[in-house]
Design a protein around this ligand. Structure first.
Ligand code: NAD
Length: 450
């Protein structure tokens, strides 16, 4: 415990009642910053923990990751100089199984954001009942500015730097923003080559989201979008919305946004507008998601798509919709965007896309929020299927995977609805409550060693 001076004591607010999230922050000596994503996430989890009657020591355990790994590694760049990169792997909790979570390549990757995303993985895996804990990783870099060879060297050096801290039954990374199946292929290859030769064949399940030819699962690419569509099919009818006739917009048109767009359009829904890092586009009669995918693959973004008009960000948020799907980065819907949104439902494809202030405005305006740990859990679910196939040397069909995914997603959606009734709370809090019920039960059964 740090020494507290008499001046500090005089400035300290009175101690919080032990059931409030602030009591946990105080005990762990975390100076709460309302704009810090990790603090926001922990606070939301602690509020739900209070609803489910979680024990104090369990709250304390969940309020900090088990391990925070930070590495610096040099990479030879194409022009001959060596650049130093910073990477993270955060292992939040493994009470339910090995740590599991993506690796992000993005210039804004920070330790606190990775910690927050790792917490969300712990919650998500528990909610959707796959036997994993939560982890997350990232490298601070801009993959758009790296050549293919540089990207490969960054991936290989990062893998080497953390290889002693991960393992195919201990901590299993996957793709996230800025990473894809090619990067997972380089990662798996590097890890395998670093292992003793006689164990190599069994170690390609060190990552999921691999190319199908390298042991990846059929259906992993589309899994997060497919899972989101499965959730919408379960939830929208009760809100009086027909999925096949709904009008929706997307923030982000990468893996999650692109697949969600194509799958919803296949069902007959109308894609009214898309916003990404290159701008916002709109077509009142509907955007052809397939043609937009080709355009994004060729140009890198939705800006300049021929069959849509360019609109401002304000106009994008103000469009009248049934569903808005944020599928880009964190914290994009603040109170400002929330005040503009003219949709009946916000279905969170991205992790933590809504700030607590944005959340409050949406709730106050009667807009239903379908939370991220439910909506985007399809990715980790099919990652789990990939891992099981690798472990058992089996290959499942696309139909089998779609069916199993659908079962996981629908049951998770129903768990959230039941928790919302049981604990009389909003859907986000309910999703954490449903996740925490299982984690609390496991900690009750295990106890704390010794
Ligand atoms: P991606 O890299 O494939 O796509 C990211 C998208 O965000 C791109 O379309 C990009 O243009 C857009 N974007 C970036 N900056 C933006 C900005 N300032 N304004 C508007 N758009 C911007 O990433 P992804 O894999 O689709 O992941 C998107 C989100 O979904 C992330 O929060 C990620 O953690 C989450 N997620 C992904 C998966 C998965 O399987 N890929 C699974 C669960 C959750």
């Amino acid at each position: 415990m740090n020494q507290v001076t008499s001046t500090e004591k005089a400035q300290q607010p009175p101690a919080s009642p032990p059931h409030l999230p602030s009591a946990v922050f105080e005990e762990l000596e975390i100076v709460r910053d309302p704009s810090n994503l990790f603090h926001q996430t922990i606070e939301q989890v602690l509020i739900a923990a209070e609803h489910v009657g979680m024990r104090h020591h369990q709250k304390i355990i969940l309020a900090q990751p088990k391990n925070e790994i930070m590495v610096h590694f040099p990479v030879l760049m194409d022009d001959g100089h060596h650049a130093l990169f910073k990477g993270y792997r955060v292992q939040h909790n493994n009470a339910l199984g090995p740590y599991k979570g993506g690796i992000r390549f993005h210039p804004h990757v920070s330790l606190d954001d990775v910690k927050s995303l790792a917490v969300l993985m712990t919650m998500k895996c528990s909610l959707v009942k796959v036997p994993y804990g939560g982890g997350k990783g990232g490298v601070k870099c801009n993959p758009r500015e790296l050549s293919t060879e540089e990207l490969k060297r960054v991936t290989r050096r990062f893998c080497a730097a953390i290889s002693n801290q991960i393992g195919p039954d201990y901590d299993i990374p996957a793709p996230d923003v800025g990473t894809n199946s090619q990067i997972m292929a380089w990662f798996a290859d590097t890890y395998q080559l670093m292992m003793p030769e006689h164990t190599r064949q069994d170690t390609h399940r060190i990552v999921t989201g691999k190319p199908v030819e390298m042991g990846g699962s059929v259906g992993r690419e589309k899994a997060t979008g497919q899972g989101l569509v499965d959730v919408l099919k379960e939830m929208l009818p009760e809100l009086g919305i027909d999925v096949a006739k709904c009008r929706f917009s997307l923030i982000g048109f990468g893996n999650v946004g692109g697949w969600t767009g194509r799958l919803l359009c296949e069902l007959g829904a109308t894609l009214a507008a898309v916003l990404d890092h290159t701008g916002a586009i709109h077509n009142d009669k509907g955007i052809d998601a397939e043609a937009l995918t080709t355009h994004v693959a060729e140009t890198g973004g939705v800006g300049g798509f021929h069959d849509a008009e360019s609109i401002s960000t304000e106009e994008f948020y103000g469009l009248e919709l049934d569903v808005l799907v944020p599928a880009a980065l964190e914290q994009m819907i603040t109170s400002k965007e929330a005040a503009l949104i003219n949709a009946r439902v916000v279905a969170e494809g991205a992790n933590a896309p809504t700030t607590p202030e944005g959340d409050a405005v949406l709730i106050q305006r009667g807009i239903e929020i379908l939370p991220a740990i439910l909506c985007n859990a399809g990715g980790v679910t099919v990652s789990y299927f990939e891992w099981v196939q690798n472990k058992t040397s089996t290959v499942w069909s696309g139909e089998d995977i779609d069916e199993r995914l659908n079962t996981h997603m629908i049951l998770a959606a129903r768990r959230v609805k039941l928790a919302a009734v049981k604990y009389e709370c909003d859907m986000r809090t309910a999703s954490y409550c449903a996740a925490l019920e299982q984690i609390a039960k496991v900690y009750d059964l295990r106890g704390v060693f010794p």
